[in-house]
Design a protein. Structure first.
Length: 178
């Protein structure tokens, strides 16, 4: 049985995806099968209500769903990209530069340890470059992103979904220990 007008908007990541009966991380349910097509019918922060073709629905971490493209771009338009990695790379570079400046001030004796700790509190930076592959930590969205040099995709998230963020990101689910 297929739901009338069911048009998949996303696919479950290759590792499957945990479900919840409500947008509350306290009560996980069954897992959705890997690569199952779903239609997102509602969003609440990081949560997405995923409708399956048989009519069953459940809440999932919407950041982890893989979007389904719907046709090629119109003639004369550039092909869609997952995300431009340059803004995140610039933000990571700026944060790293600020940390280095503070470290230099500490090493030169112009900054004491307590001030250094206070001025770096909450700062989180992460970059791994391995040839053409790069992983960047997006502190604003608490996730690791993978870049192949041209596109940026969420690779792992740090926390369970919350109701606070209005932005969803697609990812293969790999929870990261802080």
């Amino acid at each position: 049985m297929t739901v009338p007008d069911f048009l998949p908007s996303h696919v479950v990541p290759p590792d499957g995806l945990t479900t919840w009966s409500a947008p509350d991380a306290a009560w996980p349910g069954v897992r959705l099968d890997p690569l199952l097509p779903v239609q997102v019918v509602e969003r609440r922060g990081d949560w997405a209500l995923a409708l399956c073709s048989n009519g069953w629905s459940a809440w999932v971490d919407g950041r982890l769903l893989l979007p389904v493209p719907h046709g090629p771009p119109a003639a004369g338009q550039a092909a869609a990209r997952t995300a431009d990695p340059r803004p995140l790379l610039g933000a990571v570079s700026g944060d790293l530069s600020r940390y280095r400046e503070l470290m230099e001030e500490l090493a030169a004796g112009r900054l004491d340890g307590e001030s250094f700790a206070e001025r770096t509190r909450g700062m989180r930076v992460g970059v791994v470059v391995d040839g053409e592959a790069m992983w960047l930590y997006d502190a604003r969205h608490e996730r690791w992103c993978y870049c192949d040099g041209g596109t940026l995709e969420t690779y792992a998230v740090e926390r369970m979904p919350s109701g606070n963020s209005a932005e969803g990101a697609s990812a293969a689910y790999r929870e990261v220990e802080p």
